[in-house]
Design a protein around this ligand. Structure first.
Ligand SMILES: [Zn+2]
Length: 334
């Protein structure tokens, strides 16, 4: 069995903190969610072209991600989110060699297993929906199995979640080297990347001697450039997303951070006429009426006619309607 283990085998003494562990796990699911969202938007805008792609998104993503993570594990010594967080994998300390089979197992537990779990969850939700609506389509033996599934899936899910939580806690308390049950199954731990791992050509040490013929090296060189490109685009993508979020919050959603800015004081309009003169007929006002959009006072007949015809205030030009006319009642008229 070929060994790819130089990266994996270089022991780092440092154990990643629980925050790094949770961070890289969140990145793993966030990437899937981001791609899913992208395809959803595409499918909504162009159902003919992308509808089918979105329907089988989970399957397609699982296949592509499996291949990508396999290459990443071979070249960088860790899954993409792990090396993104500066971590790499150490295989079973009793056997530092990393076989293809081991990498396949890692990919299975990191990519395929979560996919299978999400499918079980979907199946359970669909069945429960049917059952609660009384439209349970299963008959005979299948029905008995389906009912058992409805009964035991929540138990399985609860036990799994509790186990994951227990691993997190015991890992945080340094009682175990494994941060998840799936890592325990493959006896794999994580450690920080060393300075050596960060050299661009480090992966070359990682290709077994007998494979270092020209063709293979070119192939892996190309793959290395590809993996580097993906890492870079995702880093830039993550940065841009953060930036757009920040920008959007800054522009449109200020109320969530600070109170709205104080509007500038209203413009002062200098009228030559004394205050009791109507700006329209230039005579002493009768039947005083204020236009609430601007605050100026006119005779009722003058302003009613003007606003009906022009839909604006004659003094300020503010958009106005006859709905905004308010009769003023002076003291002496009570
Ligand atoms: Zn008037």
């Amino acid at each position: 069995m070929a060994e790819y283990g130089i990266h994996h085998a270089t022991f780092g003494e440092s154990t990643p903190s629980i925050f790094e562990i949770i961070g890289q796990e969140n990145l793993f699911s966030a990437l899937r969610a981001a791609f899913r969202h992208g395809f959803k938007v595409l499918a909504e805008n162009n159902p003919g072209k992308f509808g089918l792609l979105f329907k089988y998104f989970d399957e397609g993503y699982t296949v592509i991600d499996s291949v990508f993570q396999y290459i990443h594990l071979r070249l960088k010594g860790g899954l993409f989110p792990e090396t993104f967080y500066g971590l790499k994998r150490i295989p079973d300390p009793r056997d530092l060699s990393v076989s293809k089979r081991k990498i396949a197992a890692w990919v299975f537990f990191a990519v395929v297993f979560p996919y299978l779990q999400s499918q079980l969850e979907l199946l359970y939700k669909d069945m429960r929906e049917e059952y609660s609506q009384g439209s349970f389509s299963y008959k005979g033996f299948k029905r008995r199995v389906a009912l058992l599934y409805l009964k035991f899936y929540p138990v399985y899910n609860f036990i799994y979640e509790i186990t994951v939580l227990a691993y997190y806690m015991t890992y945080a308390l340094k009682l175990t080297r494994f941060h998840s049950p799936l890592m325990h199954v493959t006896s794999t731990t994580l450690t920080h990347l060393t300075a050596f791992d960060l050299i661009d050509d480090a992966w070359k040490e990682y290709v077994p001697e007998h494979q270092k013929q020209k063709l293979t090296t070119t192939l892996w060189n190309g793959l290395n450039v590809f993996v580097g490109g993906v890492t870079l685009s995702i880093s830039i993508g993550a940065f841009l997303t953060q930036f757009i979020n920040w920008w959007y919050n800054k522009e449109g959603n200020t109320s969530s951070f600070v109170s709205l800015p104080v509007p500038p004081p209203p413009r002062k309009w200098n009228l030559e006429e004394p205050i009791e003169i109507c700006p329209l007929c230039k005579k002493k006002r009768t039947n005083d009426t204020v236009l609430s959009s601007s605050g100026f006072v006119f005779c009722y007949p003058c302003i009613f006619r003007f606003v009906r015809e022009n839909n604006k205030c004659p003094v300020t030009g503010y958009k106005s309607s006859s709905q905004q006319l308010v009769k003023l009642y002076h003291q002496e008229e009570y």
